[in-house]
Design a protein around this ligand. Sequence first.
Ligand code: ME8
Length: 509
Amino acid sequence: MERAYYVTTPIYYISGNPHIGHAYTTIVADVLARTARTFGPTFFLTGTDEHGQKVANAAAAAGKTPQEWCDELVPRWKALFAAYHVEYDDFIRTTEPRHVEKVLRVFERLRERGDVYLGKYEGWYCVSDETFWLESKLVNGRCPTCGREVQWISEDDWFFRLSAYRDRLIEHFERNPGWVQPRSVYNEMMAILREGLDDLSISRTSFDWGVPIPEGGVIYVWLDALLNYITAIGWSEDDAFFHRYWPAQTQLVGKEIARFHTIIWPAILWALGEAAPELVFAHGWITVDGQKMSKSLDNAVDPFLLADRFGADAMRYFLLREAPFGSDFSYSEEKIAQRRNSDLANDLGNLLQRTLSMLARYRDGIVPERGAHRGGLGERFASLPIMVRERILELRFREALESIWELVTTLNKTIDERKPWELHKAARTEDLNAVLYDLCEGLRWLAMLLHPFMPERMSEMWEQLGAPGRIDEDWASALGAWGGLPPATQTALSGPLFPKIEFETVAST
Ligand code: ME8
């Protein structure tokens, strides 16, 4: 079977409402998936992490059973992704039977192999991060990741022999220096490996909201959660189908959970006889006043309000354009408004508006013949589609957008320099046709290349241009050489794509 492009996001704890940070990773995965789909089979997985103490506590505080609580919250997460035009192929919930039964199967396999043994865990636990901590790792007695209080636990637990995989992990890191990105995270993980690894407790006995182990206790929520990436694609059921997707090309995570995905996860996969993912990319945080935006810090911004206020596509654009992917960046409504007004309303929206209104005025809205005069845009931008695709798949989104913007700028300059209104006055028909043709063709390219970033607005642009075919076809063949837009195409100017907005503050939740 042909290999597919498989991209995943973390599965989110549904201990509360989603915020823009959760939308962020999922939007990035959507841009990747939409790009990959234009040229081959693709699978994009997201979902919710529903077991564990954190979710159980949230449910208890709301006076609900954990299952009731999860069932009520899941639609909000799905609504969030829909509001941001995210088209995932599957949404996995860790409480679904298709997942639960395979988690237990994994546990049994690990036990059969002798990778699991019974021991006693005594140490600290951070409920918010669902993480075990040694005393020596605490910072001022608190969780080193989130700074919250930790609780002492003392339990008879099952342990996974993580320490036995240390040498193989180090070797894997050394042989595949690009498998964890960005480099800063790779280095941090290497430092952890060099320091040494302890075995990992993979069960809990002091509460019961999890996958039950026949002898008692439940599976540790992180083992349960990590397995979603393989249970969703048929692990242990249909090997040919499964290996069409696994190992995943791209696993996206926030940097705070890099250790789980680059140290614990490959070890578990190897214990199951499977390969590590090809790439784990641990991106930076959206910050507020220098701190990670998070539900529990109470500085989270309601993503539904943002989509209403700035438009889902403009938000998507902002999130991918504002900072190099990987780095932290600070949340600012002013910056979002600026990006929307300058890049989207002025540069792109006006370009479409000006082009189609000149075409309406001078050519009844009909795309003219290209004529003998060729502006050289075709040669200049010939490699753009391939370059943009490569940059997106390398997760260099900002650079991809910057390259696309060179075409935007060039088309705007073409209008300013060639002055179609003067060509019209001087009755230079051929010259005017050539300029108008290039502008329309350039806009068609822009709609297609920007579609993964702004699917709704770009589909509208595509329609206004009257472009034939589908906007999500393979760029290489659909764009081909400059000149794919057929002359005599009827365009239809409608309202502005990105009306300018006045900036005002959206209340935090
Ligand atoms: O960690 N900036 O779930 P979670 C950028 N269930 N991204 C952010 C963000 C921010 N301020 N806040 C959250 C979990 N994210 C586990 C994962 S996977 C097997 C289990 C994004 O609800 C980012 O991707 O805490 C981060 O890693 C994820 O949401 C954490 O979501």
